[in-house]
Each structure stands twice: as C-alpha cells, then as structure tokens.
Design a protein around this ligand. Structure first.
Ligand code: HEM
Length: 454
C-alpha cells in the first residue's frame, strides 16, 4: 500500500451508537439511492463500530468482481446463507466454488436450457388456462407459483402439486428471510438467541433437507425414470471422475430453488405491471407475439425474433432489478482506485440503485424498452448488471431469460392483465425488490378467447 491511499469517507447522517442502521432498516431503497450521491465509495457505520463500505462506482465494482475478485469472498449476506448447509454454489468459495461451478455449468448452459422450453410452457400453461374473464388475479402469487413450478419441474421433474414442492418453497422463504435479517443486523449473539424467527429458520432448514433428500432417494431408486437437473447433477463428473455426494446435490438444489424462483417471479410481476400502465407497450408486445408465434406454441426458433419482448425483459431487469443489495468481503488488503480497503472490509453495492442512476441512464425512472435499441446510446460496460459480473455471475441467467420469455409470451398470447382501479403498487425490498401488492384483472384478448379457455 502506498501512503497517499485514502480511507473511504464516512457517509453523512451517522447517529451515535446506531450509526446509519436506521435508514438501512426502514427506508432501504431510498437510502441506497441517496448513498450514490456521496461519491464513488462511502462507509456506513452499523451499531457502535461495525462498518460497511458501499461501492457506488461501476468501474470500482467491476474491478472487485473481475480483476481483483480473488481478494474477496462473498461476505455478509452469503455468509448468513450458510445456514442452508453444504456450501452450495452461491456461498462456496475459492477452488471448491470453481470446481462446483464447472460441474454445474453444462446443466444451465444456453443450449441445454433450450431443451427446457417445452417443460417451462407445459408447467405454466395450466395456471394461465385456469384464469377467468374479469377475475382479479394476485399477480405476485400467480407469477411465484408459475416460476416455482418451472424450477421444480426442471430440477425435480415434479409438478408442484403443493405437497413437497410447497413445503420446500415455504422453507426456502423462511430461511432466506432469517438470513437477510442477520445480514442487516450483523450481531452474532442475536442469531444464537432462541427467538421465534431463529427457531422457525432452523426447523424450516431441517424440513428442507429432509424433503429434498427424499426426492434424491427417489431418483437413486429409479435412475432411468427421470431426465432432469437432479439426474444431471447425479451423473456429472469433474476431470478426476468424482461425482457429487447426496448432501452436495441437496445443497445445490436448495440453492438453485432459492436463487431461481422469486427473482424470476418478481421480474414477471413488474413486467406486467409496467405494460398495464402503458397500453402502447402492451399493444407492441401483443403484436410481436401474434406475428412471431402465429398462434403456435413457442419454440427455440422463435426466440431470436422476439426482439421487443427481450427489450421489455431487459428494461424490467434494469428498472426493477430484484437485487437491491449484494455483498463481498476483502480477504487481503486491497487497493481500489485511490482507496485502501484493509483485509476483512465488508463491501456492499446495490444493482437496483445503480440501474436508476441519472448519470448512467437518461430519464432513469421512465420505463422505456426502446432505450435498449442498438442505435440508442448504451450505458457504459459494467453499468447494467442484473445477473452480476465475473466468476460469481448468475449461473441461471439463460434459464431465467428463457423462462421469462416463455411465461410472458404465453400470457400475452391469450390475456390482457389490467390494473385494478384505485390500487397502488410500491416496491418492497426484502429478499428481492417485490411489488407491495399487485392485483390485476384478467381479460381474454378477443381473438384468443377460444384458445385461452380451452
Ligand atoms: C431474474 C432472475 C435472476 C436474477 C436477477 C439473478 C441474479 C443473480 C445475481 C446478481 C447473482 C450474483 C450475485 C453476486 O455476485 O453476489 C446470481 C447468482 C446466482 N444465481 Fe441468479 N438470478 C436470477 C435467476 C436465477 C435462476 C433462474 C437460477 C437457477 C435456476 C439462479 C441461480 C443462481 C446461482 C446458483 C448463483 C450463484 C452463482 C455463483 O456464485 O457461482 N439465478 N444471480
């Protein structure tokens, strides 16, 4: 380290004893956006002395996630997720992470994901077909069930007929929420207390592992019965010919389910919220879906032609990025631009806030899919990071983009989702940034009425 390196400045508004904890707990989204006005890098104090360094600059973030990524582990948020056990991909570190990632990548590779299109459509179809004209839909629930169903169908070949699927999903939710609370208030003694939340998280974790272990045992008993991600994880080998153990597979499945269902569900919910507020965008979506699909079911060949749909999805991932906070921790002293981060520095950034920064996106609060047209000026490289960057980038990005396309086109082929007059929807930052409530009226599209009700 050279002498002229600086320590990141402390953000204004620190209150004795509690530091900056209050706005982070009570007004998160506004606060992470406000923090961006304090410079490229700024420190928060949580409680009397715990500090977190917030990275606002996309260039510095890029450095953390790529060139200097070997000097960081996943930090606070993911450390708390270790309660899931088994060190799955999102929380594994170093060589074990690399090894696991290489093992799993083929299963979620773009070409392999194309093979899931029909499963995705067939899984979502019954939900959409069950809607009635003028029915008020709780859109978040609908999307959640469909997205969960799709991950379950791809992972377990199991249609989420409530039962085990619902148990797993509820448990994932409980454990995840507890982890987030622990990351926000990182005081270890609180985690050990026998509070209701901690007890529920532990029970949920046990249920989770038991249920998934049952599904794996089923696959082991009838290995030829299934053709899904579990079977793939069971057969996949590394260069030394080593397979994953049952415990490792359980951990990976839990993690994929946790990482993969709510993120995609909220993206779908926000997309339909936005197009319902903008009839011209809705009309263009319907036109594209009608022209490209011509009444047929979606196949991989249609995907490249659905260019407007893709821009809609990208714009949703920009304005309503599910991740409002992500973390890392330095494992050695790191020089970041002109700043010095000692070993053990907790680092956090907000993709949500970055995607709404007026210095990076003109008119940032406007939902404008056409900002992604190639002829329009694009944001700088590294400023659009819905799936992260570098060696820890989302492994399910292609799966998720495919799933969002399948469900969006499936709904748009048959239905309009109209806002319920007089309702307002706010973003709520929990595990993801989800809509507070999103009730919408289902209305069959005229030409599609016959199909939608069959
Ligand atoms: C809209 C949907 C999704 C979004 C916005 C999203 C976002 C992200 C982000 C930002 C990361 C990186 C976190 C970091 O750098 O700390 C990540 C990692 C991950 N995601 Fe996703 N994700 C989505 C869907 C999915 C799906 C569908 C799956 C699986 C089926 C999945 C599985 C994972 C896994 C396993 C990791 C950890 C990868 C690693 O550390 O090597 N995600 N995701």
């Amino acid at each position: 380290m050279t002498a002229d390196l600086r320590t990141a400045p402390i953000a204004p508004g620190r209150i004795p004893l509690i530091g900056h904890a209050l706005p982070l707990l009570t007004d998160r989204l506004a606060y992470v956006q406000r923090l961006r006005t304090y410079g490229p890098i700024v420190q928060l104090v949580i409680g009397p002395k715990k500090t977190i360094t917030v990275i606002n600059s996309f260039e510095l973030l890029q450095e953390i996630l790529t060139r200097k990524s070997d000097h960081f582990n996943k930090g606070l948020l993911f450390e708390k997720l270790k309660i899931f056990g088994g060190d799955p991909l999102p929380v594994a570190e170093g060589k074990p992470h690399l090894k696991r990632r290489r093992l799993m990548q083929p299963a979620l590779h773009r070409e392999h994901v194309k093979g899931y299109i029909e499963t995705m459509r067939a899984t979502a179809q019954p939900s959409v077909s069950a809607w009635h004209d003028q029915e008020i839909l709780h859109v978040c629930n609908e999307m959640q069930l469909m997205a969960q169903g799709v991950v379950m169908a791809a992972l377990f070949s199991s249609n989420p007929e409530r039962g085990p699927a619902q148990t797993i999903l509820d448990s994932v939710d409980t454990v995840f929420k507890a982890a987030l609370t622990h990351a926000m208030v990182p005081i270890p003694a609180l985690e050990r207390l026998p509070t209701r939340g901690n007890r529920r998280a532990r029970t949920a974790n046990t249920v989770l592992h038991k249920t998934i272990a049952g599904i794996i045992a089923d696959h082991r008993a009838g290995p030829d019965t299934y053709d899904d991600l579990v079977s793939l994880l069971m057969t996949v080998q590394d260069e030394t010919g080593e397979n994953l153990s049952d415990e490792e597979i359980t951990a990976e499945i839990t993690a994929l389910l946790a990482a993969g269902s709510e993120t995609t569900a909220v993206t779908l919910a926000w997309l339909f919220h936005e197009i319902a507020r903008n009839p011209e965008l809705e009309r263009r979506l319907h036109e594209e879906v009608d022209t490209v699909l011509t009444g047929n079911e979606l196949t991989a060949e249609h995907i490249p032609q659905l260019t407007f749909t893709r821009r809609l999805i990208d714009e949703t991932l920009r304005l309503h990025n599910p991740a409002w906070i992500l973390t890392r921790r330095t494992t050695t002293p790191v020089q970041l631009g002109q700043f010095n981060l000692p070993a053990g520095t907790d680092v956090m950034w907000s993709p949500y806030a970055m995607h709404r920064d007026p210095d990076l996106y003109p008119d940032p609060l406007r939902f404008d899919p056409d900002r992604w047209l190639p002829e329009r000026p694009q944001p700088p490289r590294g400023a659009f990071i819905p799936f992260g960057v570098g060696k820890r980038m989302c492994i399910g990005d292609q799966f998720s983009l495919m799933e969002t396309t399948v469900i969006t086109t499936l709904i748009a082929s048959h239905w309009r989702l109209k806002p319920v007059p007089g309702t307002t929807t706010r973003p709520v930052p929990e595990i993801t940034v989800h809509p507070s409530t999103l009730d919408m009226i289902a209305e069959p599209r005229k030409h599609a009425t016959a199909k939608a009700t069959t």
